[in-house]
Write a protein that binds this ligand. Structure first.
Ligand code: TXA
Ligand code: MG
Length: 311
């Protein structure tokens, strides 16, 4: 995508005044504000209707800028060197002298940080004197946005500006890893755990992984298109939308294919926009055919399991 500098300058101008701007990233769009400004961060929570105790991710251009705010260890450096910028978020210790707003961290001494790869986001970050707090640009508990159109659909003119960046190339949120003690995955996402394992060469713990949660009530609704979802369905009802990983021989009006040939990366990229489309086509519920639980398939299943908590 060609970079439009005047758009980026317009976004900067608003951000400098502690306004919120939606920005593209390679995972999903973010609702961004100056992470050093209480005023900007308060606006983010209000716009998203996000509970105040759910902290925000802070986006940096590079490790040099991060150094002012966070402490980090060898494990961080290894992953950073290999995969950043990219779809991975780190939980790190805050430095005492950090300028990050207490509203971002909910007064904790840890913070989530990420280095987005999207060229528009990077160009913007390069011009700013502060990092950007940016949760996914959607209403709390709903589907993330993978295009400027999705953001507009959720927020209308409540957001001052949406910086155009085309469709997000990964289409699901970043992987979150807590590196303060033993490496622990807090959210499956764009960077696969097997890749991280290779680099760290040690056991990686999984926390909050849906298939390991015994009591279903433990999972809160998230990533929801706003209609019920049934998983691992072999026989779809006539009035349901049927979501399948790949095109099959039978093609009916209510069949929606996430990819042509079962490519799981392609399927992840299409997941949220397809769920939005099904909802727009006025289906009352969605049935999903079993999706292989490997690679990006595990991420798709993670999101669908959480979305299926909608009753
Ligand atoms: O791909 C992404 O990560 C996107 C793009 C815009 O960067 N952002 C995103 O942000 O998904 P959000 O806010 O929707 O999800 C961030 C998650 C939240 O579930 C939050 O609870 C968690 O990160 N988080 C933030 N700070 C944390 C901390 N200090 N410790 C543990 N979890 C934290
Ligand atoms: Mg989110």
């Amino acid at each position: 995508m060609k970079i439009n500098l005047s758009n980026i300058k317009k976004a900067k101008k608003l951000l400098d005044k502690s306004e919120c701007v939606a920005i593209p990233t390679e995972t999903v769009y973010g609702l961004a504000g100056n992470a050093y400004s209480d005023q900007a961060c308060k606006k983010i929570y209000k716009l998203k209707k996000r509970p105040k105790n759910n902290p925000l991710i802070v986006h940096y251009e590079n490790i040099k800028k991060l150094k002012k705010d966070c402490n980090f260890n060898k494990n961080f450096q290894k992953i950073y060197k290999k995969f950043c910028p990219g779809p991975i978020t780190f939980i790190l210790d805050l430095k005492k002298e950090s300028k990050i707003s207490k509203i971002v961290t909910n007064k904790k001494n840890s913070v989530a940080v990420r280095f987005p790869k999207h060229a528009v986001a990077r160009n913007l970050l390069k011009r700013l004197k502060y990092p950007l707090a940016a949760p996914s640009a959607n209403l709390s508990s709903k589907l993330s946005a993978v295009s400027s159109k999705d953001v507009l659909e959720d927020f209308g003119n409540k957001i001052k500006y949406i910086l155009e960046g085309g469709k997000s190339s990964i289409g699901v949120e970043s992987t979150i890893i807590d590196l303060r003690n033993k490496p622990k995955i807090l959210r499956l996402g764009g960077l696969q755990i097997s890749n991280i394992k290779k680099i760290l060469n040690k056991k990686i713990y999984l926390k909050n992984y849906p298939s390991k949660i015994s009591a279903p009530g433990q999972l809160k609704l998230h990533y929801s298109p706003g209609i019920p979802i049934r998983l691992n369905v072999k026989k779809v009802k006539d009035n349901e939308a049927y979501l399948l990983i790949k095109k099959n021989k039978k093609v009916k009006k209510n069949y929606f294919f996430l990819s042509k040939n079962g490519d799981l990366k392609e399927a992840a990229k299409n997941l949220y926009s397809m769920l939005r489309m099904i909802k727009k086509n006025k289906y009352r519920s969605i049935a999903v055919k079993k999706i292989p639980n490997k690679g990006m398939g595990a991420v798709i299943n993670d999101r669908l399991i959480r979305a299926s908590k909608f009753k």
